[in-house]
Design a binder for this molecule. Structure first.
Ligand code: SF4
Ligand code: SF4
Length: 371
């Protein structure tokens, strides 16, 4: 494969369907209601795409949805992924995992199955996931996977709905025998952009939580290992850095981000990896810079049923625009922020979803107004 751009994507998110059996208000997948005429990629097309990802040198692929196990051929998709050199994960709500499916998963090379568990009990989890009974089904899925010796990680999507129960949820996940928990911060894309007031945690509330869990992590108070997945890719994502800075605790960023972590970014480059170190593909073959962009169809870089991945990676106007954008040209409040070059301009997908301009500020962040 001939690369005209000097970088190749390290990781790819592949959403094999946007259909889901749950109904989370904050979902970024914008799942269309199921219509039989909606034609998702078939196995042959998926295999071709996986092979092209492998050829492009992608190191890690996340197979996800919607809910990927709604596809009756999802185990076959995993078997296809087994043929290639990249490592792969599966993201699922686990509600459809039976003992038989867990045993099939155990026969594949999947590195781990990442399962969303948003609350320590039925009431909170089902509220977050929009369906009564989801909690019990998810717990059953976790149990089946553990019995089949499949490695499982937990993901908590933090929102207004479960913020008061975060610590309890982390401990609950630990008691399930899960050793790694990722706290996923909410992006303002897809469903979340429409229900921001109902689900998006106010900055003050997030600050209080972050200070508390930072102390707990520092003091080794958590049983499982806990990480935070912010929406930006910087070593100083504003979601972590701004609350700590405003409380004179900026050095505590090292609790969450390794101080020796390095990035590939140039001096005036946005710290967004979309179309530079990452790529995402939806169930129809559309290519995006990252999974958060999938609900913003204007950000599609091309379609793999019409073009080869190499052609899209090398020549897409969308990707070339992402690569050329400079922080010093950012529009809106970030332009006057004193830590712009430390933060890297927040999340581009969120900025676009809220302002319909990829060069505008990530207006979820209060720092632009404060500094
Ligand atoms: S749009 Fe960019 S900054 Fe936002 S999550 Fe995707 S890669 Fe990261
Ligand atoms: S205002 Fe913009 S540049 Fe400043 S910390 Fe927030 S997102 Fe980053």
């Amino acid at each position: 494969m001939v690369l005209k751009y000097s970088r190749r994507p390290y990781y790819a998110d592949f959403s094999v369907t946007s259909r889901c059996n749950l109904k989370c208000d904050f979902c970024s997948a914008s799942a269309p209601e199921y219509h039989s005429h909606v034609k998702y990629l078939n196995l042959k097309e998926i295999d071709r795409i996986l092979s092209q990802l492998d050829e492009l040198g992608v190191l890690r692929v996340s197979l996800e949805g919607g809910e990927p196990f709604l596809r009756s051929d999802f185990i076959d998709i995993m078997k296809l992924a087994d043929k290639y050199d990249f490592e792969y994960y599966v993201n699922t709500n686990a509600t459809l995992i039976t003992s038989k499916i867990a045993k099939e998963i155990a026969k594949t090379n999947v590195s781990k199955v990442c399962i969303s568990i948003d609350g320590p009990n039925e009431k909170i989890h089902d509220l977050c996931r929009g369906q009564n009974g989801a909690f019990q089904k998810t717990l059953s899925g976790v149990r089946m996977l553990h019995e089949a010796n499949v490695s499982v990680d937990g993901i908590i999507t933090l929102s207004k709905l479960n913020a008061d129960h975060l610590i309890e949820t982390i401990e609950f996940i630990g008691k399930l025998g899960i050793n790694n928990v990722a706290i996923m911060l909410l992006a303002s894309v897809g469903g979340a952009s429409e229900s921001m007031n109902d689900v998006y945690l106010p900055f003050e509330d997030w600050t209080n939580i972050l200070l508390k869990i930072t102390d707990m992590k520092k003091n080794n108070n958590f049983t499982p290992s806990v990480n935070i997945v912010s929406t930006g890719e910087s070593n100083c994502p504003w979601e972590l850095y701004a609350p700590l800075l405003l409380n004179q605790r900026e050095e505590d960023i090292n609790v969450w981000i390794r101080s020796d972590a390095s990035t590939n970014f140039g001096e005036d480059e946005y710290f967004c990896t979309a179309g530079k170190d990452s790529i995402a593909i939806d169930g129809f073959g559309n290519v995006y810079g990252c999974s958060l962009m999938i609900s913003e169809t204007e950000l599609s870089a091309g379609n793999l049923l019409e073009q080869e991945l190499e052609e899209i990676w090398n020549g897409s106007k969308t990707f070339n625009a992402f690569r050329k954008n400079r922080l010093s040209d950012i529009k809106g409040p970030c332009a006057s922020c004193s830590i712009l070059h430390k933060c890297g301009g927040g999340c581009r997908a969120c900025a676009f979803a809220l302002n319909k301009d990829i060069e505008f500020s990530d207006t979820r962040c209060p720092m632009g107004v404060k500094s």
